[in-house]
Design a protein around this ligand. Structure first.
Ligand SMILES: Cc1cc2nc3c(=O)[nH]c(=O)nc-3n(C[C@H](O)[C@H](O)[C@H](O)COP(=O)(O)OP(=O)(O)OC[C@H]3O[C@@H](n4cnc5c(N)ncnc54)[C@H](O)[C@@H]3O)c2cc1C
Ligand code: SF4
Length: 547
């Protein structure tokens, strides 16, 4: 007998409770309290899977909830100092502010925990009548006659070998006149939608970085509340993009993180190892000394900018936030753009529902995006990533500065609009010709190993469930990736999910799926594009606090 699923119908279904999804939900209810809205979140609670820097440009929040201060939003630490350092191994050279045009300034911005801000946005949404279901991942699309009609949540109680346990409960259908996908960078359903509707056609490939972050508590005497510090250079080689961020906020909190652009070439590179090494720089180690690490996590970040923004709408729905990719890379900011695009899509969806429409493409949203301050902001910095990828950090830095200045002052670029070239999975060189990188052993005070880090992420998955990292061809890791690239998954995964175990019969590829922090790096960087990340059982994954 075919399995029957429970089904619920809404005007709008939203997948993902990050800034984009929550802003969309709130805006829909602001447009009309009669519009029924449901929001699904795979984390155990809203905010549990949110990891960001984060310096918040409050532009979108001001538009969405102008009285956010009176409503006690957790947005309290104003930026008071804004520094940019270039690191060599032993020194930190402060770069003058004149290098950067006003669009890079952090004046008026706040240092926040985006995870906490999302919790608060979730409360605002619920107060307006949005139905929020944390612990419910959207696992599959409902597509009928070429129209997206909603999503199906993941089944519960399926064992590793696929048999149904006593606790088995089939996933539910959530049907919507429109479904907004707010899954963030490299969303699993957004990826399927991109392929199904050709959303990336005529656009540059999306580009990504992996961002690793730790939360520290510093001795009060060392804490410089409001300090924003960005750095580039050492320990990354000149041809590897990325850099460090450090934000002092709240009660002696210090968010420190490291981004490595995923178009790196050397398969021996270990982003986690680079982050640990970056903290040993004398200027950084001094700032962290006597402090205590209390949090860890990792997440992919979109970097393609305006050239990579896909077609946003398709029949029955739209991509919002980083599911489409609206991060301003030189500013390392995307949450204001995520919120604003969520609001624009919500406005288009509300107007459509009120006009009695359903299931068509929300083209008004595509048009509104093109006219919006999000598109304008991304256009000004469009050459930062391509210049960095082509020229390396040293040469690119002054040219990026110059390009942003001419764009901001005169509305022109000497470079026109540069493309990105290859997607990130295609950039690795063979291991044989690449320089092996030796990473120092962790000291347990300033630098750490993956296991103790993972512990601080609060990651937890039901162990007896199907592996949610799907290999198209289980043979590729050992037969292709190992000889060619020394199986880079062992190094790029920030959670130690992938291991190559030497056995008497030869090497074996092991997947420790329960460690996964849902960063999506493997789905992006695997050179054979052999790994597909799908949602695990509901509520599994990290449990971030104050991240
Ligand atoms: C290390 C790092 C530092 C950053 N620093 C800054 C900064 O300082 N300032 C700034 O403005 N931006 C920063 N960003 C970027 C910013 O975090 C993103 O632009 C922003 O979080 C995007 O919001 P979003 O709602 O689109 O996606 P996300 O924040 O990724 O949220 C997506 C949500 O959807 C959920 N989800 C995903 N798939 C499903 C599914 N299938 N079913 C149910 N739920 C699902 C996820 O669990 C998550 O809660 C940083 C990013 C990183 C990684
Ligand atoms: S398995 Fe993939 S998604 Fe999970 S933590 Fe590792 S790289 Fe990230």
């Amino acid at each position: 007998m075919p399995e029957t699923r429970e089904s619920m119908a809404y005007d709008v279904v939203i997948v993902g409770g990050g800034p984009a999804g929550l802003a969309a939900a709130i805006r829909l209810k602001q447009m009309s309290s009669d519009i029924s809205v449901c929001l699904l979140e795979k984390g155990s609670e809203i905010g549990a899977h949110i990891l960001s820097g984060a310096v918040l440009d409050p532009k979108a929040l001001n538009e969405l909830i102008p009285d956010w201060k009176a409503k006690a939003a957790p947005v309290e630490t104003r930026v008071t100092q804004d520094r940019f350092w270039f690191f060599t191994q032993s020194s930190a050279i402060a770069l003058p502010h004149v290098l950067f045009p006003p669009l890079m300034s952090n004046r008026g911005n706040y240092i926040v925990s985006l995870s906490n801000l999302c919790k608060w946005l979730g409360q605002q949404a619920e107060a307006l009548g949005v139905e929020i279901y944390p612990g419910f991942p959207a696992h599959d699309l409902i597509v009928e006659d070429g129209v997206v009609k909603g999503v199906i949540t993941g089944d519960l109680g399926v064992a590793k070998d696929g048999h149904h346990k006593d606790s088995y409960t089939p996933g539910m259908e959530l049907r919507g006149k429109y479904t907004l996908f707010a899954e963030g960078a490299r969303g699993s359903l957004s990826k399927q939608l991109g392929a199904k509707f050709g959303l990336q056609e005529g656009r540059e490939p999306q580009k990504f970085g992996i961002g690793l972050k730790e939360l520290w508590e510093l001795p009060a005497a060392q804490h410089q509340k409001g300090l924003v510090l960005h750095g580039m250079g050492w320990p990354l080689s000149n041809d590897t993009g990325g850099g460090l961020f450090m934000y002092h906020w709240g009660d002696n909190f210090c968010s420190i993180g490291f981004v490595v652009h995923l178009n790196y070439k050397n398969p021996w590179l270990d982003p986690f190892g680079e982050f640990q090494r970056a903290k040993t720089h004398p200027a950084i180690a001094k700032m962290l000394s006597g402090g205590k690490r209390i949090g860890y996590g990792a997440r992919a970040i979109t970097e393609g900018g305006t050239q990579s923004v896909p077609k946003l709408s398709f029949p029955g729905g739209a991509l919002i936030g980083c599911a489409a990719g609206f991060v301003n890379l030189p500013r390392i900011k995307g949450s204001h753009n995520a919120m604003k695009t969520g609001m624009l899509a919500a406005e288009a969806a509300a107007a459509a529902v009120q006009a009695g429409r359903a299931g068509d493409a929300l083209e008004d949203y595509d048009r509104a995006y093109v006219q919006s301050w999000v598109a304008k902001e991304l256009y000004l910095v469009r050459n930062a990533k391509p210049l960095w990828s082509r020229l390396g950090s040293l040469l690119a830095l002054p040219l990026i500065g110059l390009d942003m200045w001419t764009n901001q002052l005169f509305g022109i670029s000497l470079f026109g609009t540069l493309g990105h070239g290859e997607p990130d999975f295609a950039t690795l060189k063979p291991a044989a010709g690449s320089v092996k990188i030796a990473y120092p052993k962790p000291d347990g005070h300033l630098t750490f190993d993956r296991a103790s880090s993972l512990f601080l992420s609060g990651t937890n998955h039901e162990e007896d469930q199907p592996v949610h990292l799907k290999l198209r061809d289980p043979g590729i890791p050992i037969s292709v990736n190992l000889p060619e690239y020394a199986e880079p998954a062992q190094r790029y995964c920030p959670a130690g999910v992938y291991e190559v175990i030497e056995e008497s019969t030869g090497p074996r590829f092991q997947i420790n799926a329960q460690n996964c922090v849902h960063c999506k790096t493997c789905d992006i960087k695997d050179p054979a594009q052999n790994i597909t990340w799908v949602t695990p059982e509901g509520g599994g994954g990290p449990n971030y606090t104050n991240m």
